[in-house]
Design a binder for this molecule. Structure first.
Ligand SMILES: [Cu+2]
Length: 129
C-alpha cells in the first residue's frame, strides 16, 4: 500500500523506529539480562499469504538481542516485508513456498514485522537484552 510506505518513510525519518508505521505507543524498556549465546536457536516465524489473506495477524513473539530470527514465507503474491528494527530490514517476497529471510536485532525493544503491500502487521517481536 503506497500510503503505508510513505508513512513508514516519514516515521523512519523522524527516528521513531520502535513505534512502527501504524502505532505511536511508547517503547517499553526491556528487562536486562544475558544476551543470546552465539549459535542460539533461531526464532522461526512462519508467514502465509494466500488469496489476499495474511497469517498470522500480529503474532506476539519474544527474542533475545543477537538471536537469529527467520521468517519463512509461503505466498501466492509478491510483497515487501519490513522489519522495524534499528537498522531496519526490507525483504522482497516473491510468490513461492519456503522462502526464508533471516536477520538479528541488536537493540532491545519492540520490533514490528509488516507486509507493506498487504498492509498487515504479521508479528511484533519483543526483543530483550
Ligand atoms: Cu514498515
Amino acid at each position: 500500500m503506497p500510503s503505508v510506505s510513505r508513512l513508514c518513510v516519514a516515521v523512519l525519518a523522524a527516528g521513531l523506529l520502535a513505534a512502527g508505521c501504524a502505532s505511536s505507543e511508547p517503547e517499553q524498556p526491556a528487562a536486562s539480562s544475558a544476551s543470546a549465546a552465539p549459535g542460539a536457536a533461531a526464532v522461526v516465524v512462519p508467514v502465509r499469504i494466500a488469496g489476499g489473506t495474511v497469517t498470522p495477524a500480529d503474532a506476539r513473539l519474544e527474542a533475545r538481542v543477537g538471536q537469529p530470527i527467520e521468517i519463512v514465507v509461503d505466498s501466492d503474491a509478491a510483497d515487501e516485508l519490513h522489519v522495524h528494527a534499528e537498522p531496519d530490514h526490507t525483504f522482497a517476497v516473491t510468490p513461492g513456498t519456503g522462502e526464508r529471510f533471516r536477520f538479528t536485532v541488536e537493540i532491545p525493544g519492540r520490533v514490528e514485522i509488516e507486509l507493506h503491500h498487504a498492509g498487515r502487521t504479521v508479528a511484533t517481536l519483543l526483543v530483550r537484552e
